[in-house]
Design a binder for this molecule. Sequence first.
Ligand code: FUL
Length: 693
Amino acid sequence: MNRYFLVGIFLSMCLVGLNCTKIKAPAPVGPVPTENQKRWQEMEYYAFIHFSLNTYTDQSWGYGNEDVNLFNPAELDCRQWARICGEAGMKGIILTAKHHCGFCLWPSEYTEYSVKNSPWRDGKGDVVHELADACKEYGLKLGIYLSPWDRNHPDYGHPEYITYFRNQLTELLTNYGPIFEVWFDGANGGSGYYGGTNETRKIDRTTYYDWSNTYKLIRQLQPDIVIWNDGGDRGDLRWVGTEAGFVGETNWSLLNATGEVEWGMLHHGLETGDSWVPAEVNTSIRPEWFYHPGEDVKVKTLPHLMDIYYNSIGRNGTLLLNFPVMPNGLIHKNDEKAALDFARAVKEAFAVDLAEKAKAEASNVRADAKKFAAARAIDGDKDTYWATDDSVSTATLTIDFGKPATFNRFMAQEYISLGQRVKAFTIEALVDGNWKELAKATTIGYKRILRFPTVTALKVRFCITDSKSCPVISNIGIYNAPQILTPPSIIRNQSGEIIITPADEESVVYFTLDGSMPTPDSKKYKGLFQTEGRLEVKAIACEPASGKSSPVSHEKFDLPRKDWKIVGIDDNKAGAVLDGDPNTAWHQSKDKKIPIDLVINLGKELDLSGFRYFPDQRLWGPGIITEYEFYISRDNKVWKLVDSGEFPNIKNNPLWQVKKFADVKARFIKLRALGNTESNNNIGYAEVDVLTN
Ligand code: FUL
């Protein structure tokens, strides 16, 4: 063999080598997820369980002095929880091991305020242990919610409490096997029992907990864990700024590691963020987090849960759905049914992927056409992907069904190990020979699902119109999800008229006023109608073509507020407080300073047993009352205080606040606001109402 020949071989090997360098995978862009974050993101859907002394006191937040003897769940069965979660397609369960009241569901060595001093299993029980066993049996992962705020502990607010908190974390992260996620609630500091001092203790959430050292401890005890934290230092995951079950349509899995996080950043992430901090959407299957018997009829409907699915998992988030456990220790059958119907509907919606058997062609493919070909986006393998040349930031991928196909959902996934890249895209369909735009969207991330009206088309074109760098798409799916009808909304205005509105105008509404279930044989709604007295309205929306009907909407109304007048306010917009419409609100004049009163003349003397307050519903709406006093009067001169207290968790979950008191006669009521969510003087109301006997 001559020398030149050898040199030739050597040179061509170098060229092959060079070529390989040229066609290597795209370089990561910006921050990328850790292995723990990727594993967590792929779980997609898991459960929250809220269970504590609140379960026995009908409260949202315990004060910390509730009697441990109340805790006695006679039928507690964590296997029931795990079975339901498993059947519902969830991949794990996060348990409120300790909520704000400080009561521990495990026999902590460091406090007496726990199951060990309750009558349940003669003080020998351990809910965390039973749940860990049940999770193992049903193939689920276990997560722990440990409230940093502890309204029972005498040391809360002092440095000693941090040692207590870490000791508890150590118990929980050592004794119960692998923990996939730890959850640190952001509600922090305020009034409480605190070992009997009954005072208000404020902490600086940015420094008090010394999170960075706590994180070190956590990662040392559970190296595979992800940390959720809304109380200071950035964890591995972020809250989405609402507990209503949705993240922003634009959703970057990025945030900055330091600096203030504004609401918009929680809700949308931060395109330029320097850290991977993906979104977890947390919401409850009922309005509240803990069990309240009055909510047995308020379990979220299937259309509502499907909206939550598309607005969480379908928007690059995970879904953490809560079950409030009943005092007997079980999940209510209505919640079980709702979760299983939801799982069935999701399965049905995504049962057939029309892209699987189609052909894919791309406007640009990275040099090694085989490895990064368009077909890689529809091969069902999450580890392969379609990628373009580095220089490309707009590209199309056309999916050809071969013959017309009918569909209404489009799903795309980026290969997030290389970062989140796509900034904008559209979906088009070839309908009768013309390209028609079906949907327009912004970010993708781990998973994005778009909904649009059902269409029949020969081809679909996925057009990436803007991207941080070359797009890297691991998966595309196209589906035809069955239609699910949304229940109509029911309101009663101040004059006592009932207004029922279906979600789409083509539906026909049927209703009942006698408590019976409405059917298409019930009374047809033809427009608003006058009513008197207390009332129960149930309504359904029906699709005439298919005969399908929605779940039932159910509203109970107390006496009409026809004769009510807001006293001493010269602002005709104040009518919003009494108009029955939850979407309108009125705010007191900016000049007023707390305490701020709202006085209402009820028109005649009524027998009252409580009142209700509904806050402004705008996202993180301003002017939400947190502390109140409620007075009554017969003459608008002599006032009597009948109730006072807090509206717990009202900022994150702005629901109707219902307060009951001993029966009393009154013609005038006064709701006095003593504080709001922003610690300023803005006080607003969407609705104020009373409960009568
Ligand atoms: C909130 C808490 O204050 C609620 O009680 C509930 O635990 C929810 C998940 O987080 O911030």
